[in-house]
Design a protein around this ligand. Structure first.
Ligand SMILES: Cc1cc2nc3c(=O)[nH]c(=O)nc-3n(C[C@H](O)[C@H](O)[C@H](O)COP(=O)(O)OP(=O)(O)OC[C@H]3O[C@@H](n4cnc5c(N)ncnc54)[C@H](O)[C@@H]3O)c2cc1C
Length: 427
């Protein structure tokens, strides 16, 4: 009888943390299965630049099958775990159930957008966590410019040119700043439109934006954005949305066709259903070795990991995700040590050639911070070919996208349906 010697590891989630963990385990000779709803990993920190067209969609995603060589990729979702029998229950894309036996299970399910019961949110806002949402938003902003340039109705024009972002963390600030910059560089090509016609509003319920950064850098960022005419409304929440209208809790009404929801993240809801210990935010609790229970580990946004540096729990950031993944793969292979992390700081882009950062306690602003942002994220992509393509793209086309909106990409059947309808009408 043949004895099995390779460790069987199931990695649930093929995002930043899952891919990094799986890659290391494959290299170490483990028998790895990655379960992920898509066949690719998305590098989320570059989504604002994707929306603004300074990077391409194919460059911010990494195909799991290419990156993970011998690993098995199951396109589907984890739906349950039997920790006693060491079986992960998964549903494949076609609906079939798969029972995956494991020696070790890694939970790397990430997070989802944090929402509140706000009337109209589901129908009138768009999120900003996926490639699809980023591409949609870039198209949408350019479509709004086209609409504004062609409508004779001043109210419709003002609505089309008003962009509201709810949530002033990294995602909201960077997405707004990149898109405002894109519009600043392209609006002169639209008949009769000028930058002053557009309105950009950032709504943040907390007293300040970019709460992760020290206050002096937050003030700098807010000042730079306000100098560009961006309205920053802190200490107020979104109350409700209707078609073409956003209502804030202080009674302000904003006429707008575009509301972007970037109000933070919560742990993946499945975690609470798995019967594993979770913190108040729904993240699965690990010890400082990233272990949840026997043969179950967790990493990245979905994990509540002790931060030995602060005595708190680690924040859901890409920096932690990739470093935890490196530690976890070593722990899983037997070299057991606690996760320790020296905080390198934080960096945010405020649009082309503009940024703000703190590196090992040193504040950095302006062009230098923007360059740090690019170098850092350009180098963090887990694929050397993409790192090269992104860098070349930045060097060759750093002025951003041509003003072409292709919103029809979201409804590809329409041209054929229109052709059928027209020909049936003519017959
Ligand atoms: C717009 C934006 C900008 C950001 N900018 C920064 C930044 O500048 N700096 C920074 O440090 N961080 C940033 N972040 C946060 C950073 O991207 C995350 O912390 C990081 O991606 C976490 O990695 P993860 O692997 O835990 O989660 P993810 O990368 O989200 O991966 C989770 C994976 O699990 C999959 N999954 C979900 N459900 C299931 C299931 N049931 N079964 C199997 N798989 C499942 C998902 O599809 C996904 O592929 C940003 C995030 C966003 C959205």
């Amino acid at each position: 009888m043949r004895t099995r010697t390779r460790k069987r590891v199931v990695v649930a989630g093929g995002g930043y943390a899952g891919l990094t963990t799986a890659r290391r385990l494959v290299r170490a000779g483990c028998d790895v299965t990655v379960v992920n709803p898509n066949g690719y990993m998305t590098y989320q920190p570059l989504l604002p630049e994707l929306a603004a067209g300074t990077v391409q969609a194919s460059h911010v995603v990494v195909p799991l099958r290419t990156a993970l060589g011998s690993a098995r990729i199951l396109t589907g979702s984890l739906t349950g775990v039997d920790t006693a029998a060491r079986v992960a229950v998964c549903r494949a894309a076609d609906g079939t159930e798969h029972l995956l036996e494991y020696d070790d299970l890694v939970l790397a399910l990430g997070s989802v957008a944090r929402t509140f019961p706000i009337p109209g949110l589901a129908d009138h806002a768009v999120g900003f966590r996926t490639v699809e949402e980023a591409v949609h938003l870039g198209n949408r902003v350019l479509s709004c410019l086209e609409l504004a340039a062609s409508t004779p109705d001043p109210a419709a024009r003002a609505r089309a040119l008003t962009f509201v972002f709810v949530g002033g963390g990294y995602a909201g600030v960077e997405a707004l700043a990149e898109l405002e910059d894109m519009v600043r560089r392209t609006i002169h090509r639209y008949d009769g439109l000028a930058m002053n016609d557009s309105r950009w509003v950032l709504v943040e319920a907390a007293p300040r934006i970019l709460g992760q950064l020290p206050e002096r850098l937050t003030s700098y960022a807010a000042d730079r954005l306000q100098r560009r005419g961006i309205e920053i409304r802190t200490g107020v929440a979104l109350d409700s949305l209707t078609q073409g209208r956003a209502f804030l809790a202080d009674g302000t009404e904003i006429a707008t066709d575009t509301v972007v929801w970037t109000a933070g993240v919560v742990a993946h809801p499945l975690l609470r259903m798995l019967g594993l210990p979770c913190d108040q935010a729904g993240r699965v609790l690990t010890d400082d070795h990233l272990r949840v229970t026997d043969h179950v580990w967790a990493v990245g946004d979905c994990a509540s990991v002790p931060d030995v540096a602060t005595g708190d729990r680690c924040a859901p950031t890409a920096q932690h995700a990739v470093r935890q993944a490196a530690r976890l793969s070593r722990n899983l292979l037997g070299s057991l040590q606690p996760y320790r992390h020296k905080d390198a700081g934080a960096v945010a882009s405020l649009g082309l050639h503009k940024g703000v950062a703190e590196l090992y306690g040193v504040p950095v602003r302006g062009w230098l911070a923007w360059m740090v942002h690019r170098l850092y994220h350009g180098s963090r992509l887990p694929c050397s070919r993409r790192r090269l393509l992104i860098t070349l793209g930045w060097l060759l086309g750093s002025r951003g996208r041509d003003p072409v909106a292709v919103p029809a990409i979201e409804s590809p059947r329409t041209p054929l349906r229109d052709a059928i309808a027209a020909q049936q009408g003519a017959a």
